[in-house]
Design a protein around this ligand. Structure first.
Ligand code: GDP
Ligand code: MG
Length: 436
């Protein structure tokens, strides 16, 4: 399963303290392997990996997030791009009804989708109308009739007919008479693409002149989805793709390839056998599902907004040269505050949402802020000059106790000690700044 593979990769990357060329390469190798294993088209994989590499190497490491999270964000953004950027909706024509023609192999889920789409459109206040034009499987028309009854919409079919084009012609007239706003045409499929099927679909297309031809594809077929979509697109010039059976242990390969190779957007995703198991396709949602990373992405985005790159650079420099002082400490606290409440920050990190009451920690942060703000510039640079009289003055100024100041100074000293080890490579990571 692609999602699991990605999560393993991300776990590894998360553990790294720095985005270096070698650990990026290692992670990219795994990304490439898992995409190929998930049946993503090899050309798509090659381009994808190249883009990530370009962005990840040389990316500035931001404070407030760790390099692994930043790598995830880069992968995520590229995934969203690959999946089609912003989501595309169903067309609505100026004149009723908007004709939606379905095409696809047998068993792909066309008839089921016809019912789901009718329900979806009805909920939007539209008046959908169904046509059953699968003349090869008599049960298909009955199946559509049952679905139509379930949704509460009209359906047209001719049991025993062998004239799909005629059914569509007459059905279109009926739909107009009924004042339908959408006409959904369920067609026949074959086990494989063949000339006869394509000819019939072309004839139907000529007669009903659909605004949307949607290719219904079983997401489980992976790589084959690309060839399939290409053939149907060459013959019919499709407008979009519906991926069915995206529930269960579906590999993401089909979704990842279709858009970039065929250039047609995925519009809907079928997520189960029931009539309500239909979702509009959201590239962002699928990307984060593939990466399995909670809201790390939005955390990174917030961090990027809150903390200027300049700040991040000078902080790194200070840690490296061991010039981190109380002023920098204050700045970091304020940066964290810009990200939102501590609780909200932790909620965005996978597995961290269940942490207990954070109010005391936030109160503590406010106290520390007040203390540092009551210090002079010199005191912030050289905390060692803080003797009893200065501490008393600061306590008064910040509404705290001398004990609070001592506590802060001790913590700060410990932090500096750790940073020293961190920057000299004697210590792998700062607690809370590295992996999970
Ligand atoms: P058609 O031959 O293209 O019309 O395919 P059908 O609509 O008859 O569907 C074939 C089978 O796939 C049926 O058993 C459906 O219940 C099932 N099916 C369709 N869509 C989905 C889906 O999104 N998820 C799952 N799990 N099953 C689906
Ligand atoms: Mg069918």
């Amino acid at each position: 399963n692609l999602g699991n593979r990605f999560q393993d990769i991300m776990k590894k990357v998360r553990g790294h303290g720095k985005l270096s060329e070698s650990n990026i390469k290692e992670a990219l190798r795994e990304v490439r392997m898992s995409l190929l294993e998930a049946d993503v088209n090899y050309k798509v994989v090659k381009e994808f990996v190249a883009k990530i590499q370009e962005k990840a190497i040389g990316a500035e490491v931001l404070t407030g997030i760790n390099p692994g999270q930043q790598f995830i964000k880069i992968v995520n953004d590229e995934l969203v791009e690959l999946l089609g950027g912003t989501n595309s909706r169903l067309t609505k024509s100026a004149k009723n009804p908007t004709v939606v023609m379905l095409a696809g192999l047998q068993g792909a889920g066309k008839t089921t989708f016809a019912g789901k789409l009718a329900k979806y459109l009805k909920k939007q206040g539209e008046k959908p109308y169904l046509i059953g034009a699968d003349i090869y499987r008599p049960a298909a028309m009955k199946q559509l009739e049952v679905l139509a009854q379930q949704v509460g919409v009209d359906v047209y079919f001719e049991l025993g007919s062998n004239d799909a084009v005629g059914i569509c012609e007459r059905g279109l007239e009926k739909a107009k008479e009924a004042g339908a706003t959408y006409l959904i045409i369920d067609t026949a499929g074959r086990l494989h693409i063949d000339e006869k099927l394509m000819e019939e679909l072309k004839e139907v297309k000529k007669v009903v002149r659909p605004q949307e031809i949607l290719l219904v594809v079983d997401a489980m077929i992976g790589q084959d989805a690309v060839n399939l979509a290409q053939s149907f697109n060459n013959a019919l010039s499709i407008d979009g793709v519906v991926l069915t059976k995206f529930d269960g242990d579906t590999r993401g390969g089909a979704a990842l390839s279709v858009k970039s190779v065929v250039g047609k957007p995925i519009k809907f995703v079928g997520t189960g056998e029931k009539i309500d198991d239909l979702e509009l396709f959201h590239p962002e949602r699928l990307a984060s599902r593939i990466l399995g990373m909670g809201d790390v992405v939005s955390l990174v985005e917030k961090a990027q907004e809150a903390i200027g790159e300049e700040d991040a650079k000078s902080l790194e420099e200070k840690i490296r040269t061991q010039k981190f002082d109380l002023d920098d400490f204050l700045k970091q606290l304020q940066n964290i505050k810009k990200l939102g409440s501590l609780g909200n920050i932790l909620k965005m990190i996978p597995g961290m949402g269940q942490i207990g009451d954070l109010a005391p920690a936030e109160k503590e942060m406010k106290k520390v802020e007040a203390i540092i703000q009551s210090m002079t510039r010199e005191e912030r640079k050289k905390p060692e000059i803080l003797k009893a009289s200065r501490k008393l003055r600061i306590a008064k100024g910040s509404g705290t106790e001398v004990a609070d100041i001592n506590k802060l100074l001790k913590q700060f000293e410990q932090m500096r000690e750790m940073m020293k080890m961190f920057s000299t490579g004697k210590f792998p990571q700062l607690p809370g700044m590295g992996g999970r």
